[in-house]
Structure formats: structure tokens, C-alpha cells
Write a new protein. Structure first.
Length: 148
């Protein structure tokens, strides 16, 4: 029986005369990447191996890019918390101006284009600024930072 003993970066091309689909299915499950039928054609084997290696290389690059972008989005989401009102300032406003102020922020994607500012203007006046930049994601978040 075939056993899965390959690593994910391996390209395993099986040279066989077997055409039965059950055999090929078991071979794929065991880790075979591709088949080359008899009679043997060296150029075909090289071409198939290069195609699979190139696909693996691009897959690995995509995985690295995805991880980098994911990390950057998490960092940007943490930075975006500076746009939120300070809880200590809100507590002070509640006490001084008898205001009942609460907010909830949850972007629909990793980053959002929403902004809220609560600014004491005087001992009896408070400015409330709210905006929602059209769209979602990085572009909306960048516009929000510029406005801030």
C-alpha cells in the first residue's frame, strides 16, 4: 500500500502504466503530485516537475505575503484605537457635565473608516464629532487618520 511519507514541498511524479482511477486516487492521497504514463518522455517529466515546482514557489510567496498583510492589518487595527475617545476623559465629562456618553466601535473588516471625537469645549459645552468615511478597509482607515 502507498503511504504518505512526503513533505509538502516535495514534487512526486509517478511513472506508471497503471490507468485505474482507484490506483491514481490512492496515489494522490498518499502524496503523489502527478503521473507520467509509459512510454517515458524525459522532456515531459522535466516540464511537469518545473511546473509543479514553480506553482509551489508561488504558493509559498502568496502565503508569506498573506501573513505579512495580516500582521500589518492587526498592527493598523491596534493603531486605530488612538482614534477612540479616552475613557478617563469620558468619566470626567460624565461627572462635570452630567452627560451620559457611551459608544461602541466594531469595524466590519479589520479596519474601518469611522471616527468619533468627544471634546470638552468649556465647563458646560462638549463637542461631539462623528464621521463615517465611505467604504471599508485600509483606504477608509487612511482617510480617517488624515481627517483626525
Amino acid at each position: 500500500s502507498l503511504r504518505q511519507t512526503h513533505n509538502n514541498d516535495s514534487v512526486i511524479i509517478m511513472h506508471t502504466a497503471m490507468q485505474e482511477s482507484e490506483f491514481k486516487t490512492r496515489a494522490f492521497e498518499a502524496g503523489v503530485t502527478d503521473f507520467v504514463s509509459k512510454p517515458f518522455d524525459g522532456q515531459e517529466v522535466v516540464a511537469r516537475a518545473l511546473a509543479h515546482l514553480e506553482r509551489r514557489k508561488y504558493k509559498h510567496k502568496i502565503e508569506l505575503d498573506y501573513q505579512r498583510i495580516s500582521d500589518e492589518l492587526k498592527e493598523a487595527a491596534m493603531l486605530q484605537t488612538v482614534l477612540a475617545p479616552d475613557f478617563n476623559m469620558l468619566d470626567k465629562l460624565r461627572a462635570e457635565q452630567q452627560l451620559d456618553i457611551a459608544y461602541y466601535y466594531h469595524p466590519s473588516t479589520e479596519l474601518g473608516g469611522d471616527y468619533i471625537a468627544i471634546i470638552p469645549v468649556s465647563s458646560s459645552e462638549t463637542a461631539l464629532i462623528m464621521l463615517d468615511v465611505s467604504g471599508h478597509g485600509v483606504t477608509a482607515a487612511l482617510y480617517t487618520f488624515v481627517i483626525h
